[in-house]
Ligand binder design. Structure first.
Ligand code: ATP
Length: 401
């Protein structure tokens, strides 16, 4: 396990600067996600670690080693991509074995293969025909080869070991096109981890899969990475995926880290307005402070808040409210009137959107008595209550509570 450190790096494509003064420390053995909207620079930062992008300033460290200008093949990193990048003409076994052939671990380099192991594959037709005739007494070509070719034996053991992690060892002789997308991504993961890289880099690996499979595979990827105790850097723009898979999340906006913390921290304690709006779903209400801890919306409703410092009256603030903190039943002093725009009954909850007097859209999730509230209609006038303890207050991007 190895830690990663970006020290004030800057990356650019020609004159276009994507990140500058970028600092990030990734502890060993963690899964850290770079999360942000499209074009914010997450892939560029990942590629600087893989060696595909050379920073014009700053340094990148793997453990204590400065790898800033080291070519990609000399870094002990492995990457999985959105499009799997498997060799279509090679079997699953050979695809995974390929990683080991390209980057021989030390113990493999010390093993010997006799000269004739290179031409031994010419004997394959013999095994075919023999096994066709003697169906009850088959001899495997791979078993026979492993008897004298120690390198192959080592590789075979490693490949079957990682394939068994994803329960695909029985698919080893198939071609990638004979597997589903989810299975192909599992194979890509196997090919990456078989070489035991210092860091596993994942560039939006689940984007090509459907929503159900994405959830299934992200759980699997996390449990495998944790099982082998690897450091991983994961790139995604899907905040739910980031929350589910990561130990830590760095949220990027226009090349700048807005917040770096655990999933719980970034969700429950957003550092900036951008983070509060980007993570989870929320409504943003704009108003002015009218007295300590009271904000008046443009439509006249007054929302109580819990701002720690004294903000002068008339200061404009943004209030970010999550739908689960707006209630139709638990009455508080913060009442807002709205007209229902949409209403979705999901069995255990009702999701609604409504318009406030100042035309702001309010989202709310009704989890208490959902069957009752499901009977409401679009266009109904409703009173909702906002929980003052759960209102995030921002002046510009700066969090005040
Ligand atoms: P996405 O989620 O869409 O992949 P991202 O956050 O990973 O986005 P990057 O791919 O790092 O963003 O790109 C950051 C910026 O750099 C974008 O504005 C993009 O247009 C630009 N960019 C990326 N690759 C190149 C390139 N090879 N040449 C020129 N500009 C590039």
């Amino acid at each position: 396990m190895v830690s990663v450190k970006y020290e004030k790096i800057g990356c650019a494509y020609d004159d276009f600067i994507v990140v500058q003064d970028f600092d990030l420390e990734i502890p060993d053995g963690t899964i850290t996600t770079l999360l942000g909207p499209s074009g914010c620079g997450k892939t560029t930062v990942l590629r600087a670690l893989a060696g595909f992008v050379e920073p014009f300033e700053g340094k990148v460290f793997l453990g204590d080693k400065d790898i800033t200008i080291l070519p990609p093949q000399k870094r002990n990193t492995a990457m999985i991509f959105q499009n799997y990048a498997l060799w279509p003409h090679l079997t699953i076994f050979k695809n995974v074995e390929y990683g080991l052939k390209m980057r021989e671990p030390e113990e493999l380099a010390n093993l010997e293969s006799p000269w004739y192991s290179k031409i031994y594959f010419f004997t394959k037709p013999y095994f075919w025909i023999r096994n066709l005739i003697k169906r009850k007494d088959k001899i495997s070509y791979d078993d026979k080869r492993a008897e004298f070719d120690k390198k192959f034996e080592y590789r075979r053991e490693k490949v079957l070991d990682v394939l068994s992690l994803v329960h695909l060892e029985d698919q080893a002789s198939k071609l990638p096109t004979q597997l589903s997308g989810g299975q192909q991504q599992r194979i890509a993961l196997c090919r990456a981890i078989v070489t035991q890289p210092d860091v596993l880099l994942c560039d939006e690996p689940l984007s090509n899969l459907d929503a159900k499979l994405r959830k299934e595979i992200r759980t699997e990827i996390r449990s495998i990475i944790k099982k082998i105790g690897m450091t991983a850097v994961y790139v995604t723009h899907d905040q739910e995926e980031a929350l589910a898979i990561s130990d830590r999340i760095a949220i990027l906006h226009e090349g700048i880290i807005q917040q770096y913390g655990t999933p719980l921290e970034v969700f429950t304690d957003p550092a900036t307005l951008f983070v509060a709006q980007f993570i989870g779903t929320s409504s943003t209400l704009v108003g002015k402070v009218v007295k300590p801890n009271v904000v008046e919306l443009k439509g006249g409703e007054q929302i109580n808040t819990q701002i720690k410092e004294n903000i002068p009256n008339d200061t404009e603030v943004n209030l970010v409210v999550r739908p689960e903190h707006v209630s139709l039943t638990s009455e508080t002093e913060c009442q807002v009137e709205f007209v229902i725009n949409t209403i979705e009954y999901l069995g255990t909850e009702v999701k609604m959107t409504g318009t406030l007097k100042d035309e702001t859209i309010l989202l709310l999730d009704v989890t208490e008595q959902p069957h009752e509230f499901a009977k409401m209609k679009v266009g109904d006038n409703v009173t909702a209550y906002v929980d003052p303890k759960e209102v995030f207050v921002f002046i510009g991007q700066e969090r005040k509570y």
